[in-house]
Design a protein. Structure first.
Length: 251
C-alpha cells in the first residue's frame, strides 16, 4: 500500500512537471507575452492578487454562490433520489427531466436565465441545474445497489419500509455518495465561474476574469484561473479527508 501511494505521488509530480514544461515550450514558441505569459510573471500576479481586497471580495462572492448551488443540488438530489428509489412513479417522472438537464447546453441556459433573473442569481441556478443530475444519479445508483443486496433480506424479516430506508439503505448508500462530493463541488465551482463570466456578476472571480481578458491582461487571467483551480483542489482535499475520517470511524 505504501509503495502504491509513493508511486501515485511520483506520477502526480511528474504530471505537474510536464505541465510546467509544456508552459515553457509554449511561451518560447509563441514569443508573445500577451498570448502566453511567462511562468514568473504569472506567479508574480498571483502574489499581487492575494494582496488585493477586491480579489478577496470576489473570491468570497464566488465561493458563496458555489456553496449555495452545491447545497441546493445536494438536498434535491438526495431527497428526490430517495423518493425515486422507493416510489417507481417518481423515478419515471424524473427520468426525462434528468436526461434533459444532462444534455441542455449550459451557456444557452445562462443566457435564458439572464432574462429571467439577476446576474448574481443566474450562476447559482445554472450550477445547481448541472449538479442536480450528478447527485440524483449517484444517490439513486447507490440506493439501488443497497436495495438489491439487502432488500429481500429486510423483507424476509418483515422490517418496516421506513426503518429499511433510514436504518439500512441510507447508511450503506452514504459512503459512495460522500466520496463524490469533492469532485462535485469542483465542477460546481467551474460552472459558477463560467456563469459569472457570461453574466458579468459583480464581485466575482468570473467578472475579474472577464475584465482581465478585455484588457488583454493575460498574466492576471491565468493567475485567476490558477487560484480558482487551487480552491477547487483544496476543497476536494477537505472532502477527501472528511470521507476518510467517516470511513475510519465506521470501521
Amino acid at each position: 500500500m505504501k509503495k502504491e501511494k509513493l508511486l501515485n505521488l511520483i506520477f502526480s509530480l511528474m504530471a505537474l512537471v510536464a505541465l510546467w514544461l509544456a508552459w515553457l515550450i509554449a511561451y518560447f514558441a509563441v514569443g508573445n507575452d500577451i498570448v502566453v505569459p511567462s511562468v514568473t510573471e504569472t506567479f508574480a500576479e498571483v502574489g499581487r492578487l492575494l494582496t488585493e481586497a477586491a480579489f478577496w471580495r470576489a473570491f468570497g462572492g464566488t465561493l458563496w454562490r458555489s456553496f449555495e448551488a452545491f447545497l441546493i443540488s445536494f438536498a434535491l438530489g438526495v431527497g428526490l433520489g430517495l423518493l425515486a428509489c422507493v416510489l417507481p412513479p417518481v423515478r419515471a417522472f424524473f427520468a426525462p427531466i434528468v436526461s434533459v438537464l444532462r444534455t441542455v447546453p449550459t451557456m444557452a441556459v445562462v443566457l435564458i436565465l439572464l432574462l429571467w433573473t439577476s446576474p448574481a442569481l443566474a450562476p447559482v441556478i445554472i450550477a445547481a441545474l448541472v449538479l442536480f443530475p450528478v447527485f440524483y444519479a449517484a444517490v439513486l445508483s447507490s440506493l439501488d445497489g443497497v436495495k438489491e443486496e439487502y432488500g429481500p433480506l429486510a423483507s424476509a424479516f418483515d422490517i418496516p419500509k421506513t426503518r429499511q430506508v433510514f436504518k439500512i439503505y441510507l447508511p450503506l448508500a452514504a459512503p459512495p455518495v460522500l466520496s463524490q462530493l469533492g469532485a462535485a463541488f469542483s465542477l460546481g465551482l467551474k460552472i459558477t465561474i463560467s456563469g459569472e463570466v457570461l453574466s458579468a456578476t459583480a464581485r466575482s472571480l468570473g467578472s475579474m476574469m472577464q475584465q482581465a481578458q478585455g484588457f488583454l491582461e493575460m498574466p492576471r487571467l491565468i493567475a485567476l484561473t490558477l487560484l480558482s483551480v487551487a480552491v477547487g483542489l483544496a476543497v476536494e482535499g477537505l472532502f477527501a479527508v472528511l470521507h476518510f475520517l467517516i470511513d475510519r470511524r465506521r470501521t
